[in-house]
Structure formats: structure tokens, C-alpha cells
Design a protein around this ligand. Sequence first.
Ligand code: SF4
Length: 457
Amino acid sequence: MLLRHTPKEITERTALAINPAKTCQPIGAMYAALGIHGCLPHSHGSQGCCAYHRSTLTRHYKEPISAASSSFTEGASVFGGQANLLQAINNIFTVYKPDVIAVHTTCLSETIGDDLKQIRKKAITEGKIPEGKYVIGASTPSYVGSHVTGFSTMVKSMTEFAESTGKKNGKVNIIPGWVEPADMAEIKRMAKLTGVDSIVFPDTSGVLDAPLTGEYKMFPDGGTTVEELKSSGDSVGTLALGEWCSAAAARELDKLHKVPCKVLDMPFGLKATDRFVDALRTIAGVTVSDELAYERGQLVDLISDMHQYFYHKKVAIAGDPDQLIAMTEFLVSIDMLPVHIITGTPGKKFEERIREITADMPCEVNVKAKGDLFLLHQWMKNDPVDLLICNSYGKYMARDEDVPLVRWGFPILDRQCHQYFPTVGYKGGLRLLEKILDRLLDRKERDDPEPKFELVL
Ligand code: SF4
């Protein structure tokens, strides 16, 4: 019993999080920055923060994550880190030659009061940013928000590149949110199949799922280019996938460059994918392509084949708001019962959306934003479930409660391949169903007595 001190009795807590269902803002900012081609993320704080953020991303994506640090010591911690950042900008452009440095702050630099905009201005005045190179910044102290808000803030700062020439480029911006590199590739594929010329940002496909070729590239081929980001101000519209991850950037583009935006759920599962495809189809003014219609039919077929195993199975889920909203809707649509749902990211709207989606379920639902895994575990003790869907941190609860675990979300530190197989779209739906059913049937076979241990299930 690894979590043997988790009691069944629930006590109201306001000031203390135990086993948080979130991580630092800068991790999200760092991941988003890696989705710009030729970009080096820079952590404005101590080396310890940067090492932690890099190692978490490295452990999830199984790729070395390059990032620089302002390397605060006692002096910068007391007097501010301006001198460190100016020196860092100079060193990075001289040694590593990125197109963009994406700076994010940490608890330390925010507490001392460093002003990124002012420091960048000084760097420009002092000629430390070469012609055709860029520095963008995001304020991401970890004593507020979560990795999700850090991601969103860095994506919003990418809109600084956008320019409007007065002539529309006929393209559609798609802001995919924090999904896997393979998901970003899948979103691009679906847009292409619908005949939509898209600018996807950020885009970590080809960056964090790049092949091993024997040749080291400091900056892999993938990522949204600066030219594409500039052109995003001339696009005919923006589709933002996820209120928490993507809406802020889409609304900023609307405000600055009059690019109309539509905020959709992330396309996990049948219904959310239908809405995404419908939005693409409407923008392109076409009917749904035969390929996508075919893939949708395959997902519907699989749902009907598997339904008998899913019916009224209880599920606990933890993760990030945009992913959880779409996943909850998917589970409800296949007649599973998501009864305990928790995110560590703040946001009352999250609880409202989940309540709407689960309104017709024949049982009580526990939902909490800014919650923690300790509370989720307590809920599971009081109302046991058949399945847990969570990142790697869920394995302790799964083991203690003897519940099968589907690893999904961020971070996944103890399994591989999640960056290669999409879980968005119709094809991604097949993968999600396969993962869920495999866990349920593996458990059934483990528990079945020999007379019931059948070859055909
Ligand atoms: S919580 Fe703050 S100080 Fe700690 S690692 Fe995250 S950014 Fe650094």
C-alpha cells in the first residue's frame, strides 16, 4: 500500500494540495516554445527550475530537450536578473544561433519583479538581438495557474509575430492546444483532407517525434516557422482547440488583427471530432471528404462492437481541463460512467462543463477544478471504479485500489510511444478505445476463475 495514509474520510481543505494534479507553468511554456521552428526556450530563473522542467519534458517525450537558463545565483535573486538575461541573449544568439528565443519566467524572477518587456527593450537598444532574430516572453510564475496556463500564455505571446498586410492569405489558423506531436500531425492531416490550408501553431510534430538519423540537429526540421506566425495575422479565421490552452491566443489575434475565431473542444472522441470536422468543412465550404467519412464510420463500427464491454463501467479521470472535457463527453457517449473527475488547473467553468456533459448520467458525479490526486483517491475509496484514466502519477492509486489504469495525458514517464500515436480525431478515437478495452479485458482475464477463462471474449 504505497498510499496507505490516504484515509477514506474526506476533510475540507483549502490551503493544502496533496499529490497535485498539475505541474509548473514554465513546463507548459517550454513545451509550447518547442513548437516554433528554430526556437530555443529560455528559463529566466535558477538552473534548478530549468533542469526540472527539461527533465520532465525529456522523460515524457523521450527526446533531449534543449533549453537555456539565466542561471540565477544569490546576486540575481536579490538585485534582479536583468544582467543575466542580457548576457544570456547575447551568448545564445552567438553560440546556438536560434531564430527565436522564447523566454519564460519562474517563481524566483517573478518574485524579484523582473520585467521581461523592459529587459527585451534594453536588449534591442543595446543591439543584442541580431537582425531577423526574435525574443518573445511569457510571464509564468508557478505560484499561480499550472502547466496548462503556462502553455496558453506562451502560445498567446506567439501572436506578437502576427502581421496584417491588408490582404487575406486564404489560410486558417489552427491552435491545437497541448497535445502530442502525433496529434498535431493528425490535426494537420485532417485539415488537409478537408481542403483547408492551415497554419498550425505551436506544432511539435517533427520536433519531438523526429527520427534518429545519426545526424544531430540542434533545431529539428519541424515546428511552425516565423514566416507562418507572421502570416497568421492575414488568415481568414482561427480555430482554437480548447478553452484553456488555445482560446487566449485566438482572441488576441482577433483583437489585434481582426482574425475571427471559433473556440472548440479538443477533438477527442466522436462528437468533439465531428464538431472539429464540421468547422473545417464550413470554413472550406465543402462537404466532408470521403476519407474522413470512412474513418468516422470505422470509429462508429468499433464503438458498436465494443459497447457491450463498456456499458456502465465506472471511471475515474484526472488530467487537464481541455482534455478532460472532451474525454468525459467521449466516455458518456459510449455509455461508460465517468464518476470522479479532477483537474489541478483552476477554472470554475470546467466544473460547469463537466456537470452539463454528465447531467443525464444515472449516478452522482464528483468533479473538481484545482483539485488533487489525494482527493481523487479518496473518492475512489468511497465509490470504487472499474478503470482509472490518468497520467503516470495515477499508477500509485491504481495499485492501491487494484484498478486498471489507462495512461493518458501529461506526463507519462513510465511508458513509451504516446508521442507517435494520435488520440485526437477519428483515428485517435480507435486508439483510445483499444487502450480502454485492453485494460478492461486484461483485468477480467486476470480475475476470471479457470472455468470462465475463455479464448473468445
Ligand atoms: S514551482 Fe517555481 S521554483 Fe519550483 S520548479 Fe516550478 S518554477 Fe521553479
